[in-house]
Ligand binder design. Structure first.
Ligand code: CU
Length: 647
């Protein structure tokens, strides 16, 4: 769980140096104070989000140091008494509520405070205690309760209620890995507005699995030997510089932001080329993510989670530890967020910035002369890691010296699991320990890339490689070629991967050309990917429509930020990308947003237990004709030109 600490707040008249700087703790406190007074808010109000109301793009792009900045907060709040949700914009400069709107029929994310309060409420429920007793569980202090979202299955009395269908586990001692023992079949249904259990579903007793699943050193014996010290030493300062939230490294320049919903946000990513700062991405963030599970049983069919839109992956970020999460000379950014009552909280060391050696960048040996040229590759890493109850997600952006950008999600932590009867072999899961199964599932991530390849006006092309028909032009049958197709409208631009045709997508600026006359482009190169197996008419498919296509392109609209819509919690479905793109708007030579969905397919293995070795999934963005030649020729030999890297 996140490491949240109250922060002392000083003077709220904070001065920010850039319009995209995230809100400070003082600004969060100030925004809440203004709203509380001017809207006469009661004590039962909860604050889902208090974030920077980002200024218009044209203002940001024209901004120069010293220009006046009108800082504003965008706030989502809800009232537990009325179950009503509101959006507000507060001007911090004018100390006024600039806008206030009731948003009917939505449920904001489940806040972290509700995680804690829900566990307490469940443990106090007599009905829940009776279900425990039926299973011989007497010490309720050892029970763990995870507040899973309810989804929306069209059940009439669930509409409009703020619900969690919790899932429970039992520790054998206060520090035991409780995820080894699911309290199978017991699902407390919690009204999060009243914070009380409204009923307990009991699907029948299944025995607790017999074995512990502990992985901390004190529970293990016989560590392997032979590991000698391997030290990362940077005897001088690191090669990056950080000024406020602006990062510069090896011609790259960008700004770091952080929100409770999306976690790390990167802004105004550019690469300096022959003295020119060339923009590539205006804003890069998580559009949403969803984890559909494949077990249809009455006790498990509800299992799916939107960890961005239903929980808030930034709110669940870890405080990172030097030498463990990141190695070398590290710069950390803290994240200023809020608790559900509007008080500022700070996640220290939420974002890690450091550089890594990455093997070779390029090499050639002239075999006749023996002359060898090789350059070491260095990459800049910006990352954060979130703990979502049992699972860990690490989100890593990598910047390389040859203009490449890579995004990787590292999946680790503990499998979500279920107890099964002795001898049962689950069809929809894998036995990972005696009487313990982990269900088959998938993780779909939607990345929102507000592209600015050498300017705002961009187009997207799909490139497929085709085999030439055998004939007079191809008598030997060896011919194949890459074919480029414009994706001119939103519906044309809804695409899936096709490794068989080497498919990728080009984001081009049709008005800017390289020396060869080619439009400057960046290529979105898919990595591992998969399609969902949930039926198209299933509720999770409707609610996470973004997962049914890998590529989506939309014209830029400032209010289109979330792939499954702004309020996926308990939403009936259809919101976000499927809804916006019905209009089939033009996306050619205009200010566009590229959304890429990538899925990690997870058939659990015994080796994933009790804690999973990291699995990686992601994609790359590579320059294609963005430069006139290899942009990394100017990387010097790592020994300064005097040694064996250059002969
Ligand atoms: Cu998984």
């Amino acid at each position: 769980m996140a490491n949240l600490k109250p922060v002392p707040v000083q003077d709220p008249s904070t001065t920010s140096s850039h319009p995209l700087d995230p809100l400070t703790a003082a600004e969060i406190e100030s925004a809440v104070a203004i709203l509380r007074v001017q809207r006469s808010l009661g004590q039962r109000v909860r604050f889902e989000s208090i974030v920077l109301n980002e200024p218009p793009k044209d203002f940001v792009l024209a901004f120069e140091d010293g220009d006046a900045i009108n800082r504003e907060a965008f706030i989502i709040l809800f009232d537990n008494d009325t179950s009503a949700t509101y959006e507000a914009i507060v001007s911090l400069k004018e100390r006024t509520v600039k806008s206030w709107a009731h948003i009917p029929g939505v449920q904001p994310r489940i806040t972290l405070d509700e995680f804690y309060e829900c566990e307490i409420a469940v443990k106090e429920s007599p009905e829940f205690r009776a279900a425990l007793q039926k299973r011989g569980i007497t010490d309720v202090s050892l029970v763990m309760v995870d507040p899973w979202p309810a989804g929306n299955f069209g059940v009439e009395d669930e509409q409009g209620a703020r619900l969690s269908f919790a899932r429970c586990w039992l520790r054998s001692s206060p520090t035991d890995n409780g995820y080894a023992r699911p309290i199978e079949g017991v699902i407390p249904v919690v009204d999060l507005n009243k914070m009380e259990v409204i009923r307990v579903e009991d699907h029948g007793v299944v025995a607790l699995p017999p074995n512990d699943g502990n992985y901390a050193p004190e529970s293990l014996e016989g560590f392997r030997t032979g590991l000698k010290p391997l030290e990362i030493v940077q005897p001088e300062v690191p090669s990056f510089t950080v000024v406020g939230n602006e990062v510069s490294w090896q011609k790259w320049n960008f700004r770091v932001g952080f929100t409770p919903r999306e976690g790390l946000v990167l802004y105004t990513i550019s690469y300096e080329d022959q003295g020119r700062k060339r923009p590539i991405i205006y804003r890069a963030s998580l559009g949403d993510m969803v984890v559909p599970y494949g077990d249809p049983s009455p006790r498990n069919f509800r299992k799916n989670a939107f960890d961005v839109g239903e929980y808030g992956i930034g709110m669940l970020a870890n405080s990172l530890t030097l030498g463990c999460d990141c190695l070398g000379q590290i710069y950390y950014f803290d994240a200023a967020l809020n608790d559900s009552r509007g008080a500022p909280v700070q996640i220290q060391n939420a974002v890690c910035l450091h550089e890594e050696d990455f093997g070779i960048l390029w090499k050639h040996v002239d075999w006749r002369t023996g002359q060898a040229e090789v350059r070491r590759s260095r990459r800049l890493v910006v990352s954060f890691i979130a703990t979502v109850a049992n699972y860990e997600y690490g989100f890593f952006w990598y910047f390389y010296q040859d203009g490449k950008i890579e995004f990787q999600v590292k999946l680790t932590g503990i499998l979500n699991n279920a107890a099964v009867d002795s001898g049962e072999l689950p069809k929809y899961g894998t036995l990972i320990a005696p009487q313990l199964a982990a269900h088959i599932h998938q993780h779909f991530f939607s990345i929102r890339l507000d592209m600015t390849v050498d300017g705002l006006q961009n187009s997207v092309y799909e490139v497929n490689t085709k085999a030439e028909a055998k004939g007079p032009d191809n008598p030997q049958g060896n011919a194949f070629y890459a074919e480029k197709t414009l994706l001119a409208t939103e519906l044309e631009a809804q695409r899936t991967v096709n490794p068989m045709s080497g498919r990728y997508w080009l984001i081009s600026n049709p008005s800017v050309h390289n020396e060869l006359g080619q439009p400057v482009s960046y290529k979105l190169a898919p990595g591992e990917n998969v399609l969902p197996f949930a039926h198209p008419e299933s509720t999770v498919s409707k609610r996470a429509g973004f997962m049914r296509k890998h590529l989506w392109v939309t014209p830029y609209r400032p209010d289109e930020m979330a792939a499954a819509g702004p309020y996926p919690n308990q939403h009936p479905g259809g919101a976000g990308l499927p809804e916006w793109t019905k209009a089939d708007r033009e996306v050619e030579n205009t200010d566009i947003v590229v959304w890429y969905t990538f899925g990690h397919h997870h058939v659990p293995r015994p080796e994933d237990w009790p804690v999973m070795p990291v699995m990686c999934t992601g994609f790359s963005l590579l320059p294609v004709g963005f430069f006139d030649r290899n942009p990394a020729l100017d990387v010097p030999p790592s020994d300064g030109g005097n040694g064996h890297c250059h002969t």
